[in-house]
Design a protein around this ligand. Sequence first.
Ligand code: PAF
Length: 281
Amino acid sequence: MNTVETIPELRQAIKQLERPLGLVPTMGYLHEGHLSLVRLAREQSASVVTSIFVNPTQFGPNEDLDAYPRDIPKDLALLEAEGVDLVWMPSPEIMYPEGFQSWVDVAEVTQVLEGAQRPGHFRGVTTIVAKLFNAVQPDKAFFGQKDAQQVAVIEQMVRDLDFPLEIVVGPIQREPDGLALSSRNVYLDIEQRKAATVLNRALKAAKASYEAGERSGDVIRQTMTKTIQAEPLAKMQYVSCAHPRSLQELKEIVEDGTLLSMAVFVGKTRLIDNLVLGPNH
Ligand code: PAF
């Protein structure tokens, strides 16, 4: 496995790699969720590039960039074991040199849900992802369904700006009790860890109601809200029952692909989760 830092080194190394090329962009501190994307990339590509870059521009003023967990030696060992061909670890100065002033801004789909809670977050995500795509020029790029809005925003950007690549979305990886894998789960104590299953329980309750014939967006949102409110350690930030592309809230469920999503605080830890409704999901 080769490791590079600068863009000229990256371009030189990529020339040696067989196509199709798969890119798995990450911010490091890898867990099973990331590794499942690497495996998907391995299955679907002749060569796999993983980027590790903790992108400062997607952190808000109240989100602690310096506290973001990092463990590069462990990440590299995990990626090597998965058969990744090339790891790109640029410095912030390489990605945002002095005088940097060009941004990618997806206008509408960024304004709701996570975007409403974290202003400017998606502008940072789309700008860095566009830069990663331009530098690596992959045939496919792999993202996790756990960040469903991030996927919708990046897909919108790829359509709007004609990036010549395919976005592949890997399924959410869960603990046996249903908790979605996240680097933040380590912050939960034993009681909070039990309470954190409430996100998945709320999604399952909404799905059961849909499967029993419910089609009202309001009722589905209420079902999720009630489940979360019944958990004393949980504090709901939002629940959503939205169109899968526009992410606008729905009055009536759309038959294939309605996105149920939520953000919930358990103690001080902010957790997100989602589920797609419909016969093909
Ligand atoms: O999902 C992430 O880890 C990040 O948002 C990404 C896509 C690597 C961009 O920094």
